[in-house]
Ligand binder design. Structure first.
Ligand code: ATP
Length: 234
């Protein structure tokens, strides 16, 4: 078993600068591991800290304590202490993040957005286009839309273009932040298939899924984040 991601004693509080620097502790002592080919789902009620944990792993939120170890080919990177430039490189080679929101670029077509995500990871142009077309088709994005910029697409269509962007490359650790939120049953099933495919290829996945059916189909393990919740006097 190759561990691709390990969190050790990770803690996070938010400092509310607009409220006299009041400190809002969120999680403490988070420890978990994700192996290659495994999908771990973060569980627990709203506000438990699931998204904050994903954002710390991706390096968007700084953690107060602990280590976030990501295997990057022959090296191990501690996201908690790595320099920003190292985190940017880690995201190019190894660490991907898929949310439900697409950041559309004006005048760039849906197909080109997906191709660009693969090219950023060094996938050759021809191969990138084949993968992008395959994913847009698998995610039921109508072909007449592929040459159009997604700014005018429906929410679900934009979400599926974003999922195609997230899955088109060769990241070996993928963070999934509710990628199936507001998709219909057919497209939720398509995403479940994509996750199964990544698992077969040895990708380590960790994610948040509010849909119980999807969660049960993708999860090898569910880690309940309330175990790491910080008791506050409120
Ligand atoms: N940038 C931030 N600044 C201040 N507080 C924040 C910030 N991000 C999250 N929080 C707070 O941290 C707590 C955990 O939020 P988080 O989004 O991680 O929970 P969650 O388990 O993902 O919830 P949900 O299931 O509703 O998305 C919440 O109380 C939230 O208000």
């Amino acid at each position: 078993m190759t561990v691709m991601l390990r969190l050790e004693r990770v803690s996070k509080s938010f400092v509310m600068h607009l409220q006299d620097g009041k400190v809002l502790p969120v999680v403490s002592g988070v420890g978990l591991e994700v192996a290659a080919g495994e999908c771990v789902v973060l569980g627990g009620p709203s506000g438990a800290g699931k998204s904050s944990i994903l954002k710390m792993i991706y390096g968007n939120y700084r953690c107060d304590a602990g280590r976030i170890l990501v295997r990057d080919r022959d090296e191990t990177v501690d996201v908690a202490s790595a320099a920003p430039r190292r985190i940017v490189r880690l995201r190019q080679t190894t660490l991907g993040y898929v949310s439900q929101f697409l950041r559309a670029i004006p005048r760039v077509s849906a197909l080109d957005l997906v191709v660009a995500a693969a090219r950023d990871q060094g996938v050759p142009a021809g191969e990138a286009e084949i993968r992008a077309r395959g994913l847009l088709a698998q995610l039921n994005v109508p072909e007449r839309l592929w040459s159009l910029p997604p700014a005018t697409f429906s929410g679900g269509e934009q979400q599926r273009v974003n999922i195609a962007r997230g899955f088109v490359g060769d990241h070996s650790v993928l963070l999934l932040d509710e990628p199936t939120a507001s998709l219909d049953a057919r497209n939720r099933a398509a995403v479940v298939d994509l996750i199964a495919d990544k698992k077969r290829r040895g990708v380590a996945l960790i994610g948040i899924f509010h849909d119980e059916d999807v969660r049960d189909r993708v999860a090898d393990r569910i880690v309940d984040v309330t175990a790491f919740a910080v008791a506050t006097a409120a």
